[in-house]
Design a binder for this molecule. Structure first.
Ligand SMILES: [Zn+2]
Length: 122
């Protein structure tokens, strides 16, 4: 089956990468998911790469209100060291969702195989 809006970007011995497109097809919305196995510490990393934005684009605020919100957010990062952001995966339909799940499952299967190989001393 041809995956809808999901593709395997690359695969190496201990890692596999997928790209998940957004229904808007915008480059800013694309997400990447990497599955990596760390043989030294015997764990699996699942890394989500996504551009997340400070949500000042909602509403009809004039530019100075948006700028003020960004300034307050930057102060929060400066003084607390963190900020809470969110980003969603906008899934178009069942085919898109199935392709997303298929990529997650394929990555999971690769990690299970590598863990098993590692347990057996490879
Ligand atoms: Zn989008």
């Amino acid at each position: 089956m041809i995956a809808k809006n999901v593709m395997k970007v690359n695969e190496w011995d201990t890692e596999v990468w997928y790209e998940i497109g957004c229904i808007c097809t915008g480059d800013d919305c694309r997400s990447q998911i990497a599955f990596e196995i760390d043989k030294e510490f015997n764990h699996i990393d699942i890394i989500f790469y996504k551009k997340v934005m400070w949500a000042d684009y909602w509403g009809n605020n004039p530019f100075y209100v948006k700028w003020w919100k960004r300034f307050k957010a930057s102060l929060r990062i400066l003084f607390t060291g963190y900020i809470e952001l969110e980003g969603d995966f906008m899934i178009q339909d069942i085919d898109h969702l199935e392709a997303f799940i298929e990529a997650l499952d394929e990555g999971k299967q690769k990690m299970l195989k590598l863990k098993e190989e590692h347990k057996n001393g490879n």
